[in-house]
Design a protein around this ligand. Structure first.
Ligand SMILES: [Zn+2]
Length: 446
């Protein structure tokens, strides 16, 4: 008996003006009762319309309380966060694995040009900032929890994942370690609701993050009148030559150049690294991409060559080099061109504990992948690409995976999520939680 099934189509009894959509048959609640999507959509619309992180945290806190969770709102340096947990001390009695869910209540700035008001429900979708990144995932997880009241779950909803991330997840974890009110849970697996899907929900599951290196280059030239080049040294030419060399394919890769990915824009210095036999089995490490984020120089007049040019770029890199290796490689170019460089190593590459034995070990990871497959009919691709999330604070604590809505509209104008996508993600989360419990029951009776 499946626990949650996707059903599409307008229900006959739906209010005329609602793009209603039925989801989920719950075997636990009633095999014959259909749950409609209305409450899910309504909650997401409410969360997306909220004007502050505090308001979102308040609303979520009520929802977790309704589901029988112990809830603690935490304010660190003005950042509102939420910790919620249920059935943790009863985990072994219930025969549960303990899952931690990581989400965030904050969003990137709204920007301009939206077609609809924030939180509008139209055309079978909810529209607004945060629908895919990542309030939609939180709503799906809440729905899955409703279907699995006996699960042992801890939840952290951070208030500044999109910002410095300083006063969110890491502070909640520190607080939890010292708390006299809540014991630090023995976590078996961390599920992170960041967007990871590309073409359909669940096509990709992320188990690692690339390193991130910020570089600032500064070229000093000799300023002067454009009409007398013999007395000038134009720093912009210096910078262009260096940037051309650094962004050439393979320039910063120690491993063999395989080729530009077919879907990469032509001007991107993308390089794929060769996969080890073990990784080829299941995991694709998305390799380098180098993006120039600014190129500045200004003398203030059209007939004056400036004395200085500055260029900033960021490199995302895989686990075949360290940040220190990259810095040495870049230094060899900058020395040649007489250009100064400053480095900020924001993050080293990391991956989930147990990901290396995906084929044989990590039962929880297998349950997750099986849950996805049971909903989508296809084995998900296990990846490490995309943006880094709060996973970097948690990967040493327990195995983790990121699995959420589609990435293509994240941080964009007219961000929205369809009811179908919300339903698919809820089904995957539900089957994962349910799958963990039946897996354990099966093991116990063997
Ligand atoms: Zn996010």
């Amino acid at each position: 008996m499946t626990h949650c099934e996707m059903k599409t189509g307008l229900p006959t009894d739906a209010p005329e003006n609602k793009s209603c959509f039925y989801k989920a048959l719950s075997s636990k609640e009633n095999q014959n009762v259909r749950m409609d999507m209305y409450s899910t959509v309504k909650l997401l619309s409410e969360l997306v319309s909220s004007t502050s992180v505090g308001q979102t945290i308040e609303c979520l806190s009520e929802k977790f309380l309704e589901l029988g969770f112990a809830v603690k709102k935490l304010n660190f340096n003005g950042t509102e966060n939420l910790y919620a947990c249920k059935n943790l001390e009863r985990a072994s009695e219930l025969g549960n694995k303990t899952i931690m869910y990581l989400g965030h209540a904050d969003v990137v700035p709204l920007g301009e040009g939206w077609t609809f008001e924030q939180g509008t429900v139209v055309d079978g979708a909810v529209w607004g900032r945060g629908t895919v990144d990542m309030k939609g995932s939180i709503v799906c997880f809440l729905d899955a929890l409703r279907l699995n009241p006996d699960a042992s779950v801890a939840v952290i909803i951070s208030g500044d994942e999109e910002g410095s991330a300083e006063f969110g997840t890491p502070m909640v974890i520190d607080w939890l370690k010292q708390s006299t009110e809540f014991a630090f849970p023995k976590i078996d697996f961390v599920l992170i609701g960041e967007p990871t899907s590309y073409r359909y929900i669940g096509d990709c599951v992320k188990v690692g993050g690339r390193g991130s290196l910020n570089v600032t280059l500064k070229a000093n030239g000799i300023a002067g009148h454009v009409a007398y080049p013999q007395f000038l040294k134009n720093p912009i030419y210096q910078m262009i030559r260096l940037v051309n060399e650094i962004t050439a394919p393979c320039a910063l890769s120690k491993s063999e150049y395989i080729g530009l990915p077919t879907d990469a824009p032509e001007n991107k210095a993308c390089v794929y690294r060769e996969l080890s036999p073990q990784e080829t089995q299941n995991v694709r490490w998305d390799m380098y991409n180098l993006e120039i984020t600014s190129f500045e120089s200004n003398s203030g007049a059209v007939n004056v060559v400036p004395g200085m040019a500055r260029c900033r770029f960021n490199i995302r890199f895989g686990n075949d080099v360290s940040g220190a290796d990259l810095i040495v490689m870049i230094d060899s170019f900058t020395r040649k061109h007489g250009i100064q460089a400053e480095y900020d190593l924001a993050c080293q590459p990391f991956c989930s504990l147990g990901f290396e034995d995906l084929r044989s070990g990590s039962a929880v990871m297998h349950t997750l992948l099986n849950s996805v497959e049971s909903v989508t009919g296809k084995t998900p691709q296990v990846i490490t690409g995309g943006a880094n999330s709060d996973a970097k604070f948690i990967y040493k604590i327990a195995p983790f995976a990121e699995l959420g809505l589609k990435v293509d509209l994240a941080h964009k104008c007219d961000e929205h999520v369809s009811f179908e996508d919300l339903t698919a993600l809820t089904c995957i989360y539900d089957r994962f939680i349910e799958g963990l419990r039946s897996e354990l029951r099966k093991n116990k009776t063997q």
